[in-house]
Design a protein around this ligand. Structure first.
Ligand code: URA
Length: 185
């Protein structure tokens, strides 16, 4: 049987696969254009996302929107999701068992979307999706290819909040994404 977006959303909404289901306010399903060729994958919802049930609505979201705008991209043309669909208390790193419990949802999202480009935002996503030993400071902006998909990683917007000098580097990585997309059309 082929799952639909609605099916995934309903499963995420009712999920109790890990203990985060006891502390979350709202699970945060990925959002965006279901025809998008670019999929952004970040780490886990923050506090504001947990309240609203929408990815990147807090301060990190503002930075992300600015980056996208500076590169001529718009959230509405992308699909944005997280490795974890529930907020880890205190914004701690996701635990292994939480990442594993949630991974099936990301698999279904990716299967339905079939993106040409996957962009991991930050170390946690890059190490789960690209390779376990991915070093974000050394390898951001580089590409690997799997089947029909080009994968890259850049800094998480929250890293820019902590260190604004990373903005330009991240913007350069996003410009590479725009260029890569142009190769596919
Ligand atoms: N940080 C993330 O990794 N994901 C969000 O959705 C918001 C903040």
């Amino acid at each position: 049987m082929q799952y639909t977006w609605k099916d995934i959303e309903q499963h995420v909404a009712a999920c109790t696969h890990c203990l985060l289901s006891r502390t979350r306010h709202r699970p945060v399903m990925g959002r965006g254009n279901h025809q998008a060729d670019i999929m952004l994958i970040a780490e886990a919802p923050g506090g504001q996302e947990d309240q609203q049930g929408i990815p990147f609505v807090g301060q990190s979201g503002e930075i992300l929107d600015r980056l996208l705008q500076d590169c001529g991209l718009d959230r509405k043309e992308l699909y944005i999701t997280n490795i974890l669909k529930c907020h880890p208390p205190g914004n701690r790193d996701p635990k292994e068992e939480e990442k594993e419990a949630c991974f099936l949802y990301l698999k279904y999202e990716t299967f339905l979307l079939k993106p040409r480009i996957i962009v991991c935002l930050g170390r946690v996503a890059a190490q789960r999706i690209i390779s376990q030993d991915f070093r974000i400071t050394r390898q951001h902006g580089t590409w690997i290819y799997r089947k029909n998909c080009a994968l890259t990683a850049t800094y998480h917007p929250s890293a820019i909040l902590r260190d604004s000098s990373k903005y330009e580097t991240t913007k350069e990585d996003f410009m590479k994404i725009v260029k890569k997309r142009a190769e596919f059309v």
